[in-house]
Design a protein around this ligand. Structure first.
Ligand code: 5MY
Ligand code: ADP
Length: 305
């Protein structure tokens, strides 16, 4: 039985009779092919990526598994429509906190249409893409059983300044309510989510090492989804923190050149997350640094700068 995803934080939604992604109970995510060349470009990317023997397994795990394409009843009621069949990367999570971070200071590329270039240029300038090298496209932060999720509306998210982005990345790993504007985010889950040998920072660094080498693809307008389960931490279990790359409608061939645009944005995101873990002055009530150093060997073994 296909249904509208409960935990989609950005992009086109299958709501109000519109065309958007669907999920099923077996852990698959069905993304309708976009009508213009974007749909076929995304299929071409997944096909090429899936069969490329040069992609190491430890990098492949950061991408949704691709199961081909399938004709399915579209969410807008228009009848059978081709969909990408992907791994639903949030299906293993319960009440997940999720942020969609669109990487790169530039979401446009020379081969794109003039119309796309103009719209992208405007959005890159008006958001933090240009200043930070990434922007938040959407998010949800689980608050509590009573209040559910904090899901700021799209207009507000696209209006985030660099300072707002910093605060949101702190709220993302805090125990105090994300809607409470009177208290500083306490960052009490920073070490459990961002830190540690398997946390989000470690995963981003692993991805960065690959981007320092790979010249196969250039990933424009692609996002990193960062997610974890807050309730698991309350129960003393692993946070399930993980990153996944999504949205490959604007991937072009790398032609032997490093993807500086993606790499630059990724480094900037890494810096901001590292600062949340290591900067005590922004966290007067709670020193994430102490938790981080207690559970984490990076600073000692020199893997981070
Ligand atoms: O239509 P909009 O204004 O919501 O723009 C979509 C973007 O939403 P945004 O405004 O940046 O949050 C949307 O961004 P997100 O996936 O939400 O990050 C995409 O860029 C989408 O284009 P494409 O499917 O990647 O080619 C964009 O769709 P198109 O306008 O290119 O169809
Ligand atoms: N494979 C996936 N599994 C689960 N959720 C996904 C997956 N791919 C995308 N999403 C969700 O859908 C949103 C939009 O995805 P995206 O591929 O960017 O679509 P669009 O092309 O419409 O922008 C993401 O922010 C995320 O919440």
């Amino acid at each position: 039985m296909l249904k509208v995803p409960d935990h989609q934080v950005a992009g086109h939604h299958a709501r109000d009779g519109k065309l958007g992604p669907l999920i099923d109970d077996s852990g698959r995510f069905y993304k309708p092919l976009q009508g213009d060349e974007r749909g076929s470009k995304e299929v071409a990317f997944y096909t090429s990526f899936s069969s490329n023997a040069r992609i190491p397994d430890h990098i492949r795990r950061f991408f949704p598994i691709f199961y081909g394409t399938q004709l399915l009843e579209a969410s807008d009621g228009s009848g059978l429509y081709p969909h990408l069949v992907l791994q639903d990367v949030v299906s293993g999570h319960h009440n997940p906190c999720i942020i969609d971070v669109k990487i790169g200071s530039r979401t446009w590329y020379l081969q794109a249409s003039e119309d796309y270039i103009q719209r992208s240029l405007k959005k890159d300038r008006e958001t933090t893409s240009l200043s930070l090298g990434f922007r938040i496209s959407g998010l949800q932060i689980y608050d509590s059983e009573e209040s559910g999720f904090w899901r700021p509306e799209k207009k507000r998210v696209l209006g985030f300044t660099a300072d707002d982005v910093r605060v949101v990345l702190r709220k993302f790993v805090s125990s105090n309510s994300p809607t409470d504007s009177d208290s500083e985010p306490d960052c009490s889950f920073a070490s459990a989510v961002y830190g540690g040998s398997t946390g989000i920072l470690a995963q981003l660094l692993e991805l960065k090492a690959w981007f320092e080498d790979q010249t196969i693809f250039h990933f424009f307008s692609c996002s990193i989804l960062m997610m974890y389960d807050k309730e698991a931490i309350f129960k003393g279990m692993s946070s399930g923190a993980e990153i996944k790359l999504i949205d490959f409608a604007h991937v072009v061939e790398g032609e032997g050149v490093i993807d500086h645009n993606f790499l630059g944005g990724l480094c900037s995101l890494i810096k901001m997350i590292s600062e949340i873990l290591t900067s005590p002055d922004e966290n007067p009530n709670k020193t994430c640094l102490q938790d981080y150093e207690k559970n984490h060997s990076y600073l000692e073994n020199g893997t981070t700068e």
